[in-house]
Design a binder for this molecule. Structure first.
Ligand code: HEM
Length: 512
């Protein structure tokens, strides 16, 4: 039996703890002058709790599902989240273009919380997971890899890959059913990153040989690692080495193969006597690293591999998933698809192969891609930490240690900048549009280095497909009576891994 004294001491300690936490919480609220937003008991947005539970915890998908809703409730385009446990924490969420610009352009005051990204270091240190001078050094070598010559390669190879698909896979069929559009766009994007990222060409029909010292083709290793990369993130090395299941063993084999391919590519470039003219990202990165830059340390072999691997992680799924949303939207909005088709036909009336030079004229394809990125910004939000005492131009004080979040869905659905933000209207991206209110690739010096890569790939693929095939939603008897709204909700329902993606979007491509 617990004595009366023990109970008294225990409950007094508990009461003191609660008072202490409450005072910390009040202090946190006052530090931002009680700026409107929501208040929760717990800090963490665990992946297991996707939705915000009022007063209890912020959810990790809340930003995405509520879009600009948080800010409408707060009455400002800057809103706050203050939570109490385990320690009081303030998050400032931004959907205001001017405030976001202030943050993205002063990275020294708002550094990235790189410790949250450390899991992405397993192939080696890289530009995504570093900050300060170390980030500058890596970015200076990584950025020139995305050269104009690389963009041209992305274009040419994307067109080759689509023509190979049409001729050798889809063949003479008039109607091709794709049960889940993500499977198709992931396969396309993988072939593009294989050749334009790593200089490794592969075809739809296979036939590539497995080189000596390997047990898998480059394409298979890349496919396995990129689709199951979460295994490396969640499973400790000893489990991977042990390999308790067939899936884990297969992943480990692919991972080892890919790593060996990368090491061999670095070695081949170093020992090769005659340099080939190659403009894939990997070759460009190796070239940029060879060029002497005053006082700047080169990337080590480990950092080279780390960076090329991060290009794969950052660039493959993002482009594939955005393209998947694009095709789903075009199938849902046939009138918009027709406008796009007519525009492509006006640029390419004779049905010839589109060239890189045509990209500028294919402005409607670009507008469709942009509108998809506005409605489905893949990076739900970007979090930064303040390092100064107060952000002068912000309308709320930003005390040291505050997390500042660029709330991309809040910004992209902000009605002050986007008329009818919930409507799919690609034409809003023709002519003048509010550039500061469109940040799918983030902004400032730390913005996406692969933006032009993905835009080039998307415009090439989209233009070629739509010029030859009409995209429709697959008719399924179980959904025969659904309304447009129900159909739209079904096709655009999002799941979330590293990026968001459509959970199940069955489409049909009909030859025009
Ligand atoms: C639709 C396609 C894409 C989207 C929506 C996208 C989005 C983004 C965003 C929002 C960031 C900033 C992340 C942050 O600050 O936390 C970023 C950074 C980055 N992206 Fe992309 N990206 C795309 C395609 C690509 C491609 C194709 C590549 C490479 C092949 C790439 C490579 C990178 C890299 C290396 C960074 C880090 C830059 C740095 O920290 O200096 N991305 N991307």
């Amino acid at each position: 039996m617990l004595s009366y004294t023990t109970i008294l001491v225990g409950s007094s300690i508990f009461v003191l703890y609660v008072i202490h936490k409450y005072l910390d919480f009040r202090k946190a609220v006052q530090s931002i002058q009680d700026h409107p937003g929501y208040r929760t008991l717990f800090t963490v947005a665990l992946p297991i709790i996707p939705k915000h539970i009022r007063g209890i915890c912020p959810g990790h998908l809340t930003g995405w599902s509520r879009k600009h809703g948080e800010f409408e409730e707060a009455g400002w385009d800057i809103a706050s989240v203050v939570s109490a446990l385990p320690a009081a924490r303030v998050i400032i969420m931004l959907a205001d273009p001017a405030a976001i610009k202030e943050v993205t352009s002063s990275r020294a005051r708002f550094p990235k919380p790189v410790e949250q990204y450390k899991v992405l270091s397993f192939f080696g240190s890289n530009v995504v997971i570093t900050e300060g001078d170390e980030w500058k050094r890596q970015r200076k070598i990584a950025a020139p890899a995305f050269s104009e010559r690389n963009n041209r390669l992305v274009w040419d190879e994307s067109i080759n890959i689509m023509l190979d698909l049409f001729e050798n896979v889809w063949g003479t069929q008039d109607s091709i059913t794709v049960d889940h559009i993500v499977d198709l766009t992931v396969a396309i994007a993988l072939l593009v990153i294989g050749i334009a990222g790593f200089g490794q060409r592969a075809t739809w029909t296979g036939g590539e040989v497995v080189p000596a010292g390997h047990s898998m083709t480059f394409k298979d290793a890349l496919h396995e690692v990129s689709t199951r990369v979460h295994m490396k993130l969640i499973l400790p090395n000893w489990v991977l080495n042990w390999g308790p299941t067939e899936t884990i063993r297969h992943f480990k084999l692919a991972y080892d193969n890919l790593e060996r391919y990368m090491v061999e590519m670095v070695q081949a470039r170093k020992t090769g006597e005659k340099k080939e003219e190659r403009y894939d990202l990997f070759s460009n990165l190796l070239d940029a690293n060879e060029e002497e830059s005053e006082g700047q340390a080169k990337l080590s072999d480990g950092e080279l591999i780390g960076n090329i691997f991060i290009f794969l992680i950052a660039g493959h799924e993002t482009t594939a998933h955005t393209l998947a949303f694009t095709f789903a939207l075009l199938a849902l909005y046939p009138d918009e698809q027709e406008i796009l088709y007519r525009h492509i036909k006006s640029v390419l009336p004779d049905g010839r192969r589109p060239n890189y030079e045509d990209m500028g004229s294919l402005s409607y394809s670009m507008a469709v891609f942009n509108e998809t990125l506005r409605m489905f910004p893949l990076a739900e939000d970007t979090t930064l930490v303040t390092s100064n005492a107060a952000g002068e131009k912000l309308t709320v004080p930003v005390p040291q240690g505050t997390y500042v979040t660029i709330h991309t869905p809040g910004l992209h659905y902000n009605p002050r900048y986007w008329e009818d933000p919930h409507v799919f209207k690609p034409s809003r991206f023709l002519g003048d549009w509010p550039r500061d209110a469109f940040l799918p690739f983030s902004g400032g010096p730390r913005a996406c280095v692969g933006r032009r890569f993905s835009e080039t790939e998307a415009v090439a693929i989209l233009s070629l497909i739509v010029s030859r095939y009409k995209v429709e939603v697959k008719e399924e008897p179980q959904f025969a009576g659904e309304t447009f709204e129900q159909r739209r909700e079904r096709l655009l329902k999002c799941g979330s891994s590293i990026t968001i993606y459509p959970v199940r979007a069955p489409l049909v491509f009909k030859r025009r």
